[in-house]
Write a protein that binds this ligand. Structure first.
Ligand code: GDD
Length: 406
């Protein structure tokens, strides 16, 4: 059997996602019309002999309760949310629930970051891992040398694919191959994490005995806080324990609202290949004019004279009026867009409204980029909002550009 663990983090982790993470945990923010975490979960369905999917995080249980029961029913895979009482780090979070995870006696454990967008080639990784042996295989991708430093950079043996060297977010360039945050491990990973934790305990005791502690305050990390990258991947590199599987597909990280727009685009175009029924066709006489990849929730009401796409997702109960033009945007639940308004490169938050002949638009090379309207923002008629971030419950009656409206 195989189990999958998806790291969802917690409320302190989603701060770069504000103001959109004020309403909803970042992992549940809709991307291509589905909660962010839905994409890795549905990818897990393709793993042979999958017994269980666990979401591990430190959000309140109730924030995930509805979602996990709905998704378990929909995908017919048991999905459970496991809450950490405090952050244990990416490896520590996994280790904290080792007894539960091992209940199914899995031969392999997938570990996935929830804030990455990719095709999740999980069955392929498992197959590669079985060939390589060792305790784990990580998904890697080649990125531009300029962007590599935002990630874990690594060097792999071109022939055996063994992970030879790993450095987390290095200051000087190491490699353009990076860690995608998607792993498959054997249960031996728990031994590796335990060893780091007990080493920490030992040094802590040693320091107390020799009263070194005051000299080295920066090294006082709690013994049960273990990071997968720095504490596990770096020391195990070059020891024939870890291997790499390189993807040639798309991969992005979803740290900011602007990135969620880009990731929506990637997932919508993936739907075109994997689940075309998810996309609006626009060929009916009653429906709007649809261009490219567009998702429209069945409960949304879109006027037939509206022109939608490409890269648009419209959530539940949204209303889109006559003559509206939507390009590259995410329209959340209960939004109203009135006649002849234009929304491009923007995210419109829950229950917001955009008035007649108004515009919400983002200019990519500007300071703030994508326009983001928080929850319950009202843009009045004939107002233009350009590359601005508007916090919840604001009313805009004058046009703004490159501003953060608090
Ligand atoms: N449950 C839980 N508990 N989850 C956590 C914790 C924790 O204490 N800390 C982080 N996470 C989750 C985050 O929500 C995210 O899904 C994932 O673990 C990784 O988050 P970070 O540890 O903050 O790292 P990062 O996203 O900056 O970078 C990592 O991922 C990149 C790929 O997206 C690194 O592993 C990089 O090397 C890698 O390139």
């Amino acid at each position: 059997k195989v189990v999958a663990v998806i790291l969802v983090g917690g409320p302190t982790k989603g701060t770069r996602f504000r103001p959109l993470s004020l309403n909803i945990p970042k992992p549940l923010f809709p991307i291509a019309g589905q909660p962010m975490v839905h994409h890795p979960i549905s990818a897990c369905k393709r793993i042979p002999n999958l017994a269980q999917v666990y979401l591990v995080g430190f959000y309140e249980e109730r924030e995930f309760a509805l979602y996990v029961s709905a998704i378990s029913n929909e995908l017919k895979v048991p999905v459970r949310y496991l809450r950490e009482d405090k952050p244990h780090g990416s490896a520590g979070g996994l280790y904290h629930f080792r007894n539960l995870i091992m209940e199914d006696n899995p031969s392999h454990i997938f570990l996935l970051n929830c804030d990455v967008c990719c095709s999740f080639p999980l069955p392929e990784m498992l197959e590669a891992h079985r060939k390589y042996g060792g305790i784990g295989t990580l998904l890697v991708i080649k990125v531009s040398p300029e962007s590599a430093s935002q990630f874990g950079e690594l060097v792999a043996d071109p022939v055996t694919n063994e992970l030879l060297h790993y450095t987390e977010k290095p200051e000087t360039f190491v490699s353009d191959r990076i860690n995608c945050g998607v792993y498959v491990f054997t249960p031996e990973i728990f031994t590796a994490i335990r060893d780091v934790s007990s080493q920490r305990n030992d040094t802590a005791t040693l320091r107390r005995v020799s009263s070194y502690e005051a000299l080295q305050p920066a090294t006082r990390i709690p013994a049960d806080f273990v990071r997968l990258d720095q504490d596990i991947l770096s020391p195990l590199a070059g020891k024939k324990q870890l291997y790499t599987y390189e993807t040639m597909d798309f991969w992005e990280q979803i740290k900011s609202p602007g990135m969620s727009l880009r990731c929506s685009e990637l997932y919508l175009s993936q739907f075109r290949l994997t689940s075309p029924h998810m996309l609006a066709s626009g060929d009916g006489t009653k429906s709007a004019i649809v261009i490219g990849d567009v998702y429209i929730h069945p409960s949304a009401k879109v006027h037939p004279t509206a022109k939608i796409g490409p890269n648009v997702s419209i959530s539940a109960n949204a209303r889109v009026g006559p003559g509206v033009r939507l390009i590259s945007c995410i329209i959340l639940d209960d939004v109203e867009i009135m006649e002849n308004a234009v929304v491009t490169n923007a995210i419109v938050g829950w229950k917001s409204s955009i008035g007649r002949w108004s515009r919400a638009e983002g200019v990519y090379n500007s300071k703030l980029g994508v326009t983001i309207l928080g929850d319950s923002v009202a843009v009045e008629d004939e107002v233009v909002v350009t590359s601005s971030i508007v916090l919840p419950n604001k009313t805009l009656n004058v046009s703004v550009q490159d501003e953060i409206i608090l």
